[in-house]
Design a protein around this ligand. Sequence first.
Ligand code: R5P
Length: 317
Amino acid sequence: MNHRSLALIAGNACPDLAQDIAKEMNSRLAPARVARFPDGEIDVRIDDNVRGSDVFLVQSTSPPVNDNLMELLILIDAARRASAARITAVIPYFGYARKDRKDEGRVPITAKLVANLLTEAGADRVLTVDLHAAQIQGFFDVPVDHLYASPVLTRHFRAQRLDDLTVVAPDVGSSKMARGYANRLGGELAIVDKRRVSAEHIEVGAIIGDVKDRNVLLIDDMISTGGSIAEAARICRDHGASSVRIAATHGVLCGPARERLAAAPVEEIVLTDTIPVDPTGLPKLVVLRIAPLLAEAIMRVHTEQSLSVLFKRPEDT
Ligand code: R5P
């Protein structure tokens, strides 16, 4: 049992989510001021005593990613210099995760660089949700608790009792995730053959698997420009799907994403709130709360209990 006091602190990336986590924990956010100097530099001040506390800093490294990352690093530094006993970076969405290997000459491995920055700043642990690639955990030499949004999304779709369900991965990289949902929801699996032409444009080839006269659930870890999932939705329709729903853990929604999603031939777009999402112009959007999962995980880290049980409860699997 951890007898240290718990301090929950929010940056500016996802203040509503941080507030929601605090509410779930019957707690409150420790007052912290994250402001700017006139030249744009970030200034931080924690207004509570956190000496000897178990500090949890809630900050997604979502767009504006550089500002949010820098804010998190400075908050960690402030907590460390204020003599926090332990600092956990709670990063509901971990950005810069796509550069996780050197797949051509003279390119960085930015996910590793970010891991180094976080630990160098003073993070003792990391708590995150649906990393783009699970192996990023290995970039850290401190413990990483990797949560899955699957209980939250599975509960939503299970309640819809979709017959003749096919879970579709919009690319090969998402096929493991899609297989998990197909198993949990009792559906078949299909995979879209996607090729990325540039950061914003993709080419979609065939579908491996059957979607004709099926209710399709397209699932991905993130929707960034929306190109992958909107194209995948279109090809599923072209191949005779009777309905198409799309879901992702992280709604990055940059560039043309909102227009693409608004125009996508789908019945529903489901995201969690690891990143704040503006629903304007997206009437089919449903945003599910990730706070209950994060709140329970934070309490379990604080009291040194297992986290894997969160993903083994029958109602969540
Ligand atoms: C790719 O590996 C990811 O799982 C997503 O499919 C991708 O990042 C989504 O990007 P966009 O929305 O820009 O197509």
